[in-house]
Design a protein around this ligand. Structure first.
Ligand code: FE
Ligand code: CA
Length: 532
């Protein structure tokens, strides 16, 4: 680990496990005292139990985040009034040069979360930040702004990770990710899992409490459990995040307004959409409260705009997609199935018409060398079993094949350069190329896709799969598979995009070292995976 990162990592752990650094280290922040606002709060227990985070980097600013939760597993334990929180951003890790400071309110309506949209910073550099409430000081976080618009950064390094199922294993991979040198982390989703605690023979690696979560307090407590993990906290304290959501932030395999319990064969008793709407609204609110997101992503009822575009000079444009909120219900139901013609229905949407248009227009106009789709479920075709009964996983783009073909056809016809898709969801690592027609090996290749494995979901895992030869034969565009837990690191230059699949060989106990399982390079202008 780089010494600087080691220090941040230690600092973050210390802030977490032993309380905040000395209060004398920060200048007293005086705030206004207004009716209904607690300006000088006194806490019985340390309120910054959930750490700090930053995200949404722009050339001139970032979002810095925390949430006051002196009793994290009891809804936060805060009084039902707004509380004044001070914040500072410095150009050094000791806060000798504070470049900005201010106060904001942690409001009860938003779980006493704090989201400060800091602006007026310099492009392409690190900053350090921290919060103060009453006499209590948070851990220090480090963040990084994006390069200036139009700049030509030599290099961009970023990680992709998600699927952190607490009961399945330790978040060791997050601890290792904290020590990487990165411009940002893309969290593709499954930040929490909504399931009930395992019972009886279903032995968890780590205990969780309670039933499947449905209410705002349930969701807040589940986030609080996860956010108390020191490895996850260290990753947030070390890098800015682009946080997205997939299904488990709300309900397994939810689609648009439809719950997993959709009245299909697996769940014959449906949750009506107007009832699911209450749960979804609370889940999305808790998601927003617990992530370093801008106000633009604040949910309005069940509506949320979580897709967005970030630019890294002229080197990369990152399109963060939302493949849940606007999709039609899985046309072939859930699970892995063969012979369902509905997956080819041209009317079925996975992005929804508005997001699809926004994406296509953005890709056609992009001046960037690398055009990145940061999203959730696999775009590449993944056929399982043997012909003629090839089966597809029906929660992925494979079940929305016409929408995928429209997107890849657009990329091909408009000559969108260097499409790279970042994905998660399946709890193992994959690499492949994106074909105009996946069933024809001679068809043009229009991009590459890297699927990050899970942080912990499904446990220790294995190096490969029993049917790998069959999967390769079915899918000549797929070049890599690994079933250990970990994350993905990409490094982009104007010449090439490198992908490192990092893994840990166990999560059933702490302390696994990080291993680079495989590395690939894609040359600019040549969408082909080359193992390096
Ligand atoms: Fe998952
Ligand atoms: Ca998922």
């Amino acid at each position: 680990m780089h010494p600087l990162n080691q220090r941040l990592f230690d600092l973050s752990r210390r802030g977490f496990l032993r309380g905040a650094p000395s209060v004398a280290a920060i200048a007293a922040l005086t705030g206004t005292v207004a009716q209904g606002v607690w300006a000088q709060p006194v806490f019985r227990t340390y309120p910054f139990t959930l750490g700090v985070a930053s995200g949404e980097p722009l050339p001139d600013g970032v979002v810095i985040w925390t949430r006051l939760a002196p009793e994290p597993m009891a809804g936060g334990g805060m009084p039902m009034r707004a509380v004044e929180v001070g914040w500072e951003v410095a150009s050094d890790d000791r806060f000798r040069t504070v470049v900005q400071r201010g106060t904001t309110l942690a409001r009860p309506e938003l779980g006493h979360s704090v989201h400060v949209e800091v602006a007026g910073l310099q492009p392409g550099r690190h900053y350090w930040y921290r919060f103060k409430a009453g006499a209590e000081l948070s851990a220090t976080g480090r963040t990084k702004t994006a390069p200036a618009a139009g700049a030509a950064p030599e290099k961009l390094r970023f990680a992709t990770a998600g699927c952190q199922r607490y009961e399945d294993g330790h978040f060791t991979a997050w601890g290792h990710l904290a020590g990487e040198e990165l411009d940002f982390v893309f969290h593709y989703g499954d930040y929490i899992y909504e399931y009930r605690a395992r019972r009886g023979a279903e032995r968890p690696v780590r205990e969780i409490v309670g039933d499947e979560i449905h209410t705002i307090t349930d969701y807040r407590n589940r986030y609080a459990l996860y956010k108390q993990d020191a490895d996850l906290a260290a990753a947030h304290a070390a890098h800015p995040f682009l946080v997205s959501y997939d299904d488990h932030e709300v309900d397994n395999n939810w689609a648009g307004g439809i719950s997993e319990e959709d009245g299909g064969a697996a769940f014959p008793v449906a949750v009506p959409p107007e009832i699911f709407a209450f749960r979804k609204q609370m889940a999305l609110q808790a998601w927003w409260e617990n992530a370093p997101l801008r106000r633009a992503a604040l949910p309005r009822g069940t509506d949320i705009i979580a897709y967005r575009r970030l630019r890294y000079g002229n080197l990369a444009e990152v399109n963060v997609l939302d493949t849940r909120q606007f999709r039609d219900d899985q046309p072939c139901g859930d699970g892995v199935k063969a012979g369902c013609a509905a997956r080819l229905d041209p009317n079925t949407q996975i992005l929804g018409a508005a997001q699809e248009r926004w994406l296509m227009e953005g890709l056609a106009a992009s001046p960037a060398r690398w055009n990145i789709l940061a999203q959730q479920v696999s775009v590449m075709q993944r056929g399982f079993g043997s012909a003629p009964n090839i089966a597809y996983s029906m929660d992925k783009w494979d079940a929305y094949a016409a929408a995928r073909d429209r997107l890849l056809r657009h990329v091909h016809d408009r000559r969108v350069p260097n499409l790279v898709v970042l994905t998660g969801d399946v709890h193992n690592a994959w690499a492949g190329t994106l074909k105009l027609n996946f069933d024809d090996a001679s068809s043009p290749t229009v991009g590459t896709e890297f699927i990050a494995t899970s942080i912990s979901a499904t446990g220790d895992g294995s190096e490969s799969r029993a049917d790998w030869a069959q999967v390769q034969a079915n899918n000549p565009h797929i070049g890599y598979y690994n079933n250990r837990r970990g994350y993905l690191v990409n490094e982009a230059t104007s010449e090439r995009m490198v992908a490192h699949f990092r893994g840990v060989d166990f999560v059933s106990r702490p302390g696994a070292p990080v291993v680079t399982k495989a590395s690939f390079a894609v040359a600019a202008g040549e969408p082909k995976l080359v193992r390096i």
